[in-house]
Design a protein around this ligand. Sequence first.
Ligand SMILES: [Ca+2]
Ligand SMILES: [Ca+2]
Ligand SMILES: [Ca+2]
Ligand SMILES: [Ca+2]
Length: 247
Amino acid sequence: MARDRGQPPKTDKATVVLNIRDENDNVPTIDIRKIGRIPLRDGVASVAEDVLVDTPIALVQVSDRDQGENGVVTCTVVGDVPFQLKPASEGEGEPQNKRKYFLHTSAPLDYEAVRDYNVVIVAVDSGSPSLSSNNSLLVRVGDTNDNPPVFSQAVLEVSFPENNLPGERVATVVATDADSGKNAEITYSLEASPLSSEAPGGIFSIDPDSGDVSVLAVLDREQRDTYEFQIAMTMSHASCRTCSLSM
Ligand SMILES: [Ca+2]
Ligand SMILES: [Ca+2]
Ligand SMILES: [Ca+2]
Ligand SMILES: [Ca+2]
């Protein structure tokens, strides 16, 4: 109100309408949650290396307390990782300042190549200036038995003097397996060569753990000068590959 100092005073009134404009004063928040059967604890998701491409591994919820453009959030995965965000719903009625995404695998995983990914998600609002925040998820890739054991040599030729002592070691076979733990434990055994029907068991034995091949009998070159047999590897729920040993 305005009043002059005359007598009697005259006055006038004006109304001030204060519109409170929304300031962009809230940063977007990112919430990462467990989804489906993928375990997620303390920011760590465990994903087996054999999951199909496009498997959802976590639910990502972004929200912003501002209104209008100040609360419209876009969300992306940072850097070159085999994970991608996809909107969880195309819902028209969804509030713009609250969105859900699935974090998907976007390429095959391989435990033997990369065991951990730090997946950083950034959310940016559309305010001016815009505000952003980030959150991250550690994806721990789990081993599956996707590699067969491989002998260092497919054919091993050994010459060994006759008149040996029974039980003497004649060779050691070595196989490697790119997997880990049980998936890489190898057990060795002897098999007849496909060329002969004779079982090597009576003359030779192999240590299932070390791969040491020993001769049980005394060899006599005048009686026989070559022996050929195969060594097989067996693993827990795995394939079996052979290597030929000829003497
Ligand atoms: Ca905001
Ligand atoms: Ca692999
Ligand atoms: Ca593996
Ligand atoms: Ca294996």
